[in-house]
Structures are given as C-alpha cells and as structure tokens.
Ligand binder design. Structure first.
Ligand code: GUN
Length: 290
C-alpha cells in the first residue's frame, strides 16, 4: 500500500506556477488574485490564509479583502463589479460558504468568467461540460492531476464518486468522463441505495461526501485507489486545537485494502491550492493576447 503524498505533487505544480509568474513579471505583469472572505468561519479563515501564503510563495500578488459577516449582498456585488473592471486583478475568489443572507448564486454569477479562477461560474461549468477551454474547478482538477502524476490507469477504469456537490463530486464526474481521460464513472449520493454495492466495484474510489469515516474497510475492493476529499473537523479534547481533521474514509481500515490512498490532511488539499495558482497564472497570461 502506498500513501499518496499530495504535498510533493502539489509542490511541483506550484513551482510550475511560479515559473509562469516569473515569465509574466518579465513582461510587466504581476498575476494578482482578489480573495474575498466575508465573516470569520474558522475553516474558511484557515483556507484563505493558506491560499494567500501560496500566492506569495509563487511571487503572485493578492488583494486580501476581509469583510464583516453582515455585509449586504448588494455591497458584495458592487465590490465584485469593481474588481471585474480592475485591470490589475486577474482572478477573483469569493470564499464559500458565504453568510446565510447572501445568495451564493448571485455572487458566483457576478464574477466575470475571465476572472473566475474557482471555475464556479455557469459559463466555466458549461465550458467544462462541453470540453471547451475555460477555468477548471481546483479540487476536481487537483484530483485528476494527482491521479495522472501517479500514473494511475484511468482509461477504462471504473471510478466511483461518493458525493454530488457542485464543488467536487459533480464536476469530477464530468472531468473523468472526458475522452482524454476516459474513465467510467458511477456518481453516488445520499439517495443511493446500498452504497457499498457500488463502492466495492471501484478501481478508483473518490470520497467527497463531507461525512467523517463514511467509507469503511468492507466497502473497498482489494487493490483499489482511494482518494479522500473529505475534510471534517472532529472534536478531540486531546488535540491542541480541540479537534482533529478526519477524511470521509476510515483510513486505518481502508489502508489495509487499498493499493494507494490519500491521507487527510496532506492528500488532496495541497493540490487544490496548486491548481488555484495555475488558474491565476492562466488568467494573467490571457491578458497578454487580449
Ligand atoms: N470553500 C471550500 N472550497 C472552496 C473553493 O475551492 N473555493 C472557494 N471559493 N470556496 C471554497
């Protein structure tokens, strides 16, 4: 069994992004991402901090926009409209979840597709579905890159995805069925009857349900590749922070069966950030031929 080291693969992708930044800087362009965080949800604060640190390490610029949780939807939309017009800003990221009174769809739709480095805008999603050029969402793209870098055979493989979120499960099902990747996909969700019946058939099992320990040892085929996208905070009084991060996979049990498995943390998470940097580089490069 091999524990997949997402950090090493992510480091390579981040180095690539940094090289692209240096080439852009030589032409007078500094790739810049505007990062909007409304409120102080602790998980979001830590994600945003990690993204900004990675941007700085790739010599990219960021606009750190921290807003109160009670910002109005209208204010947020007018802020995004200004960033859309700002030529020094190449990408715009509104960290989700947004405060409850703000309609997420309105915010996602307000970001210019040219600056949609999260790949959440309906235009980006449409381009992805049609196999056209556009920004790919970072976590699904990171999972694909991780599998490709490890030379996991994808052509004709049966990938079973657990979770149909707009952020991960559903876009991943689309990417994996692209012709150049060519996997067969089963997309399971909370309405799936007898989940284990499907997961046991997986050559590649991707857990993205947001439920700690959902995938038990007896749900996995011997020799499967297991990718755990779950990041769940589970209370643990013995831990320094009072919680521990756990994936959707029961790592102890499943690692006895799997040929490859990602840990949480240190598996998929670092890839998400690396793909974000690549999208920011791509957004800045596009201004060269505009
Ligand atoms: N919240 C959790 N993951 C993400 C992400 O990839 N992008 C944004 N904007 N918000 C998130």
């Amino acid at each position: 069994m091999t524990i997949i080291d997402g950090k090493t693969t992510a480091r390579q992708a981040r180095e690539e992004a940094k090289k692209r930044t240096e080439a852009l800087r030589a032409k007078g362009i500094v790739p810049c991402l505007a990062v909007i965080l409304a409120g102080e949800d602790p998980a979001s604060v830590s994600y945003v901090t990690a993204k900004e640190k990675a941007l700085a390490e790739a010599d990219m610029a960021s606009r750190d926009i921290r807003l109160s949780a009670d910002i109005s939807e209208a204010e947020l939309l007018s802020l995004i409209a200004a960033l859309n017009e700002d030529a020094a800003v190449h990408g715009i990221l509104a960290q989700l979840p947004l405060p409850k009174h703000v309609r997420e769809d309105r915010v996602i739709d307000a970001i210019s597709p040219q600056k949609d480095v999260d790949g959440f805008h309906p235009v980006s999603v449409g381009n992805m579905v049609l196999g056209r050029d556009g920004f790919l969402p970072c976590t699904p793209n990171g999972v694909v890159r991780l599998l490709q870098t490890l030379n996991i055979p994808l052509n004709g493989a049966h990938a079973v995805i657990v979770g149909r979120s707009n952020l991960v499960g559903r876009p991943l099902s689309i990417l994996l069925t692209r012709k150049d990747i060519n996997a067969t996909v089963t997309l399971c969700h909370t309405g799936t009857k007898d989940l284990a019946h499907y997961t046991r058939q997986a050559d590649i099992l991707i857990a993205a349900a947001g439920k700690a320990g959902l995938i038990a040892g007896d749900m996995v085929k011997e020799g499967a590749v297991v990718i755990d996208v779950g990041v769940n905070r589970v209370g643990d009084p013995s831990a320094k922070k009072g919680y521990r991060l756990r994936g959707d996979v029961d790592f102890e049990a499943v690692s006895q069966k799997a040929a490859f498995i990602t840990p949480v943390p240190g598996g998929v998470g670092p890839m998400t950030i690396a793909m974000l940097l690549q999208n920011v580089a791509a957004a800045a490069e596009k201004t060269l031929d505009a």
